[in-house]
Design a protein around this ligand. Structure first.
Ligand SMILES: Cc1ncc(COP(=O)(O)O)c(C=O)c1O
Length: 406
């Protein structure tokens, strides 16, 4: 059946998909750079980059060309054979990663890369306990779900969730020290928490986590799935803190929109490698690798740390205008990972922004989160920020004095 209008699209998705996503009633059918369009051609400024996936904008012409060329050659090649696109991707990504990690494995999603990191920690240490952080998010397949903090995601599964996980207060070094013990296989942290509210830890926290892990024979795993790939400026967010984890993971924007995940291992940890330890049918497929090589080349040559910082400053300068509002609790910005913490619920504001043509995300109940493409034009930053400021001002004035509560 040919879908000809939005009602048909809504109908098919609503009828056939299990309702696990909280949907916005827009059918996005096209995207170009930082703008997306619905079926009727209505334009939205996309400050979500599809949850960080369209890292260099939707339908980036360089990435599209790489994908099309690869598709014409070969799109599937199991990891038990060698492949030129895969070799090129490994070579490209090593430019940013070989200073820290000697080995990697290519998988298909963030959750799978987390799963592999956990398997590595258990196998390397022979221990069974993991320390994760309050408000952590590491994915929703079974093992990552166990170390993801939000109890709502585990409803009805409590009896099966693996219970050797201890949650520590994010940013609290003392708490981490108190919770680690001789059965701790790993401490896993996001260098900047994403889904948990765009939370930036106090300086020195990651360094302390590194020391605590090493002193106790545990691994330090840093989950860079949201914060990596220059999202915060440097290639990995941990570079700013001068900390090197034993294992790290990337996913989301690595292949500019094609599913991929990568788990990285330091020389010492890579000794767990063993035939059959982890394989996956699609892992390292040439299509994702060609898209990934093109994405990394762009990061190397044109979307530099300086570019990201320039855009970050542009957002920061405009969003500072929100600070006088009573509904604003705090602005948290690290590169292009941006959180606007409110004193009111974020969802109604996100919905109004959607109506006004700006797509943003929530991160917990009271945080509006922006994850724009790293190459978003400055003119769109300005246009989108003007709408955000206008919407928040008008929301506050409609709330009147109740805006100060909470
Ligand atoms: C920090 C972090 N880890 C893991 C994941 C899970 O990735 P995926 O949705 O690709 O499984 C996410 C996704 O948002 C994430 O932000």
């Amino acid at each position: 059946m040919k879908m000809s209008n939005m009602e048909n699209i809504y109908y098919m998705e609503d009828r056939l998909l299990l309702k696990t996503y909280i949907k916005r009633r827009i059918a996005i059918v096209n995207g170009k750079g930082s703008e997306v369009y619905d079926e009727k051609g209505r334009r939205f400024i996309d400050l979500t980059s599809a949850y960080g996936v369209a890292l260099l904008g939707h339908s980036n012409p360089v990435i599209v060309e790489a994908i099309v060329n690869q598709l014409k050659k070969i799109s599937s090649c199991h990891g038990s054979f060698y492949n030129d696109a895969r070799a090129e991707f490994l070579n490209e990504i090593s430019y940013f990663t070989s200073r820290f990690f000697s080995k990697m494995l290519l998988v298909n999603s963030g959750a799978e890369s987390v799963d592999l990191a956990l398997k590595t920690a258990f196998k390397k240490t022979g221990r069974s306990k993991i320390i994760a952080a309050n408000r952590s998010f590491h994915g929703k397949t079974l093992a990552p779900l166990s170390i993801t903090w939000n109890p709502d995601y585990k409803k009805g599964l409590e009896h099966i969730i693996w219970n050797r996980v201890v949650f520590s207060e994010y940013g609290n070094e003392e708490d981490l020290k108190n919770k680690v013990d001789s059965d701790t296989a790993a401490i896993i942290l996001e260098p900047v928490q994403g889904e948990g509210g765009v939370r930036i830890p106090p300086e020195g926290y990651l360094k302390a986590a590194r020391e605590i892990a090493s002193d106790n024979g545990a691994l330090l795993i840093l989950d860079e799935i949201q914060s990596g790939m220059r999202r915060t400026g440097p290639f990995f967010a941990f570079e700013k803190e001068r900390v090197i984890p034993d294992v790290t993971m990337l996913a989301k924007g690595v292949a500019g929109g094609i599913p991929i995940g990568v788990t990285f291992f330091t020389e010492e940890v890579s000794t767990v490698e063993e035939a059959g330890f982890h394989t996956s049918t699609y892992g390292g497929n040439p299509l994702a690798c060609a898209a990934g090589a093109a994405t990394i080349k762009l990061l190397r040559e044109s979307v530099t740390e300086k570019e990201v910082e320039e855009r970050s400053r542009a957002f920061s300068k405009r969003l500072e205008e929100l600070k006088g509002l009573r509904i604003i609790r705090e602005l948290r910005i690290r590169g292009l990972m941006i959180g606007i913490e409110l004193r009111v619920r974020a969802k109604p504001i996100v919905d109004i922004l959607t109506e006004k043509g700006v797509l943003v995300l929530t991160a917990g109940p009271t945080v509006v989160r922006l994850l724009p493409a790293l190459n978003i034009p400055l003119s769109l930053v300005d246009e989108a920020c003007s709408i955000i400021i206008e919407v928040m001002r008008s929301y506050e004035s409609k709330l009147g004095s109740s805006a100060t509560t909470g």
